[in-house]
Ligand binder design. Structure first.
Ligand code: NAD
Length: 316
């Protein structure tokens, strides 16, 4: 029997279907916490993984033949080593696009109207204070990156009467205009946005792409939203920007270190909203990710090319 090690918080949590699917195809499903992954991988044929780190050392010491990422961002997986060892890595492309886009829109409203602080004042301190926010209609939303999630955010923002601007050097500008978003250069994106939402992958190119310089370009009334990856924003610079009022507020679903340390400077910022990396966590998205990841493993061992292999060179 082939062994699938699962290190993804939500795999099989809300529905047994993905576990049953694997079992029906003859797989033994072994759940695993991040700390136990190095040992569990030694005997695993396949890995379904969410955010835990998968290092070169772990892969070299394992007999894993396929990795199915439960999500789309693969910055936690040593892709170079996986490729060198001939291990295909699949992603659940498109499965959580809607969920992240909807969370982003939720953040826009929460920031615009101070929803979380108003709730906390009343709920925790019985404080009946007047919170006056801004309307989103007529405001400019900047999208850093114009991939799948950004496009869904763009579609929703246009329906809300927002204007959208975007910067993505890898997407043709016609494609942006066709979808109602105005292409701008990197600086203009920061200068011109009332809300700026990040939708790029974490890579060497995008690490600390948003730091002091960029935050200082933003309007003092603007809000920053990061539902992409922690390392893209310099957290020290963001904390400074919030404390010193360079920007009006921020919403952050992802952190450089997860969970963030208790003494993270971000926790001292009143104008910050945080969530514990829940962008992809809708019941619907989780189900789609679960089933796609399970299907990738099944397809591979049944001799079919799995969908969404990102290191396609290993297929040769
Ligand atoms: P995608 O690949 O469809 O889009 C990413 C876009 O970023 C691409 O269009 C690419 O051209 C662009 N890009 C790359 N480098 C850039 C740069 N330096 N400047 C500007 N644009 C750049 O990916 P997606 O599905 O839209 O997801 C985006 C990211 O969101 C993922 O990489 C992942 O890290 C993150 N994500 C987070 C959650 C969550 O739970 N919070 C869930 C899913 C995805």
């Amino acid at each position: 029997m082939k062994r699938v090690v699962v290190a993804a918080r939500t795999f099989g949590k809300y529905s047994q279907d993905p576990v049953d699917l694997l079992k029906r195809h003859g797989f033994d499903v072994i759940r695993c916490e991040e700390r136990d992954l190095p040992i569990a991988l030694k005997e695993a044929d396949a890995l379904i993984v969410g955010t835990p780190k998968v290092t070169a050392e772990m892969l070299e010491g394992s007999k894993v033949r396929i990795i199915a990422k439960h999500g789309v961002g693969v910055d936690n997986i040593d892709l170079k080593t996986a490729t060198r060892l001939g291990i295909p890595v699949t992603i659940t492309q498109g499965a959580n696009t809607e969920a992240v886009a909807e969370l982003t829109i939720g953040f826009i409203f929460a920031l615009a109207r101070g929803l979380i602080s108003a709730h906390l004042k009343l709920f925790q301190r019985r404080e009946w204070s007047s919170v006056v926010g801004v309307e989103v209609k007529g405001k400019t939303l900047g999208l850093l990156g114009f991939g799948a999630i950004a496009r869904e955010v763009n579609r929703r923002a246009l329906c809300l009467g927002m204007r959208t601007i975007t910067y993505d050097p890898y997407v043709p500008q016609d494609e942006m205009r066709k979808r109602g978003a105005e292409p701008v250069d990197f600086k203009e994106l920061f200068k011109g946005s009332d809300f700026l939402s990040i939708h790029v992958p974490l890579s060497e190119e995008t690490r600390h792409l948003v730091g002091e310089t960029e935050l200082k370009l933003m309007k003092r009334t603007a809000f920053l939203i990061n539902t992409a990856r922690g390392g893209i924003v310099d957290e020290g610079a963001l904390a400074k920007a919030l404390k010193e009022g360079w920007i009006a507020g921020a919403a952050v679903d992802v952190f450089e270190e997860e969970p963030p340390p208790e003494d993270s400077p971000l926790f001292d910022c009143d104008s910050l909203i945080t969530t514990p990396h829940i962008g992809a966590h809708s019941i619907e998205a989780v189900y789609r990710m679960n089933m796609m990841a399970a299907q990738s493993v099944i397809d591979f061992f049944e001799g079919r090319v799995p969908a969404n292999v990102i290191n396609r060179e290993v297929l040769k």
